[in-house]
Ligand binder design. Structure first.
Ligand SMILES: Cc1cc2nc3c(=O)[nH]c(=O)nc-3n(C[C@H](O)[C@H](O)[C@H](O)COP(=O)(O)OP(=O)(O)OC[C@H]3O[C@@H](n4cnc5c(N)ncnc54)[C@H](O)[C@@H]3O)c2cc1C
Length: 378
């Protein structure tokens, strides 16, 4: 592995830094309710400037560059302290890989520009880790001569459900097929009659999550993504794509915050004790280990290897580094700066979710054991 920029990458990085110098005076708002919209507005601005979809194929409106360019973008945004881009990589890849020509043409431009927003309807009250046990059903019918699915069920913890225009819905289209074989993906407009969104306020004080209820919502069969029964394969491919360049953004953000803690120590805001040094050292070591692991995964992607179960290793290290950092901030900050509201507190609370979202740490360890290391199931 070579961690240095090539001359072309270096040129891109300096051009991006110059652009951020002019346009990047955008910070994550302290008001939790404003964060999703601020992130979306920033995503749209980056899209107008040509920075979204750097590594997506040109046929779908991307720039056809190596994933390294997305990593550079994410790293620089983290360093500049702007909001991150919206996490569209996994949905874009799923639509590009499994979508029909019409679906790609109609849906990809809005997804990439941020003008059309999406949510992911996978988890249910009785199906989280055991995702294949989901019960939301889609039954085929005919309405006014058109083939449709009638969708009924409940999704929960749907991020951005309240602001989304479309839902990437994993549902059961065949009740008699096996647990995994009966699943399909439907692309559902959130404005469909029978779709109801009930926002949930989380511990970081925002309504990022929702419960989404489908009550006999009628969805054209043309909105099926891929084949009927291909839902499990699509969901797995999509989850593997959730990792990657966007992790770089988080690492870069945490490294900036670590520098802030270090300067608090230098300025005497945090006492300079052996314990402080050991805690900061631990955070740094975990972040560097994560950075190198993510760079290794990226190198594979650059060589054209599709992301696979190894992404679970990145996810585990990511969650650990994030939580180690959060604990260090809470433990080292003196009483008056330890806040129970505001961005720092929200970031700390958010780090607690890192071992849950995108598949819990226990499930990731099982994936690593069985699918990466090939250990026996019993
Ligand atoms: C911030 C955040 C954002 C999210 N966004 C979305 C989203 O946009 N869309 C979406 O569909 N979902 C989303 N989720 C839901 C997330 O995917 C689920 O919470 C997660 O998969 C766990 O499912 P669960 O909550 O039902 O917990 P459960 O599956 O009930 O697990 C409870 C506990 O039991 C453990 N456990 C369960 N099964 C096993 C097993 N076989 N072996 C060992 N331990 C096990 C788990 O590790 C966990 O500790 C989000 C969650 C969070 C926290």
């Amino acid at each position: 592995m070579d961690f240095h920029d090539t001359p072309e990458e270096e040129a891109f990085r300096s051009e991006l830094r110059a652009w951020l110098g002019e346009h990047g005076d955008v910070t994550v708002p302290d008001d939790p309710a404003a964060r999703a919209d601020a992130q979306n507005a920033w995503h749209q601005e980056l899209h107008r400037a040509g920075y979204i979809g750097l590594s997506f194929p040109t046929e779908i409106g991307g720039k056809g560059r190596s994933p390294i360019y997305d990593a550079i973008l994410n790293e620089e945004l983290g360093r500049a302290g702007t909001p991150p881009t919206e996490g569209i990589g996994h949905l874009t890849n799923a639509l590009a890989l499994f979508g029909t020509e019409e679906q790609r043409r109609d849906l990809l431009p809005g997804l990439m520009s941020g003008q059309v927003r999406w949510c992911q309807g996978f988890s249910e009250p009785e199906a989280g880790s055991d995702l294949a046990g989901l019960r939301t059903r889609a039954v085929e019918d005919e309405v006014d001569g058109e083939s449709v699915f009638r969708v009924t069920g409940r999704k929960i913890w749907t991020s951005f459900g309240a602001v989304a225009d479309w839902c990437f819905l994993l549902c059961r289209t065949d009740a008699d097929a096996g647990k995994h074989a009966g699943l399909s993906v439907l692309l559902v407009p959130m404005s469909t009659p029978g779709v109801q969104v009930r926002p949930i306020v989380n511990a970081a004080r925002n309504k990022e999550f929702s419960e989404v209820v489908f009550d006999d919502a009628v969805v054209p069969v043309a909105n099926l993504l891929g084949e009927r029964g291909q839902g499990w394969a699509i969901a797995n491919q999509l989850l593997a794509y959730e990792r990657g360049p966007s992790d770089i953004n988080w690492i870069s953000r945490l490294l900036v915050q670590l520098r802030r803690l270090e300067s608090d120590v230098r300025e005497g805001v945090i006492p300079d004790t052996p314990t402080t040094r050991a805690r900061l050292g631990q955070v740094y070591a975990e972040l560097r280990a994560l950075q190198v692991t993510v760079q290794r995964s990226l190198s594979k992607r650059v060589r054209g290897v599709l992301p696979g179960p190894e992404g679970s290793v990145d996810k585990l290290l990511m969650a650990r580094a994030d939580q180690t950092f959060g604990h260090a901030v809470m433990d080292l900050s003196p009483g008056e700066t330890l806040r129970t509201e505001g961005l720092d507190w929200d970031l700390y609370v958010w780090s607690r979710a890192a071992t849950i979202y995108g598949g819990t740490a226990q499930i990731q360890r099982t994936i690593v054991a069985q699918r990466v290391l090939g250990l026996p199931r019993r």
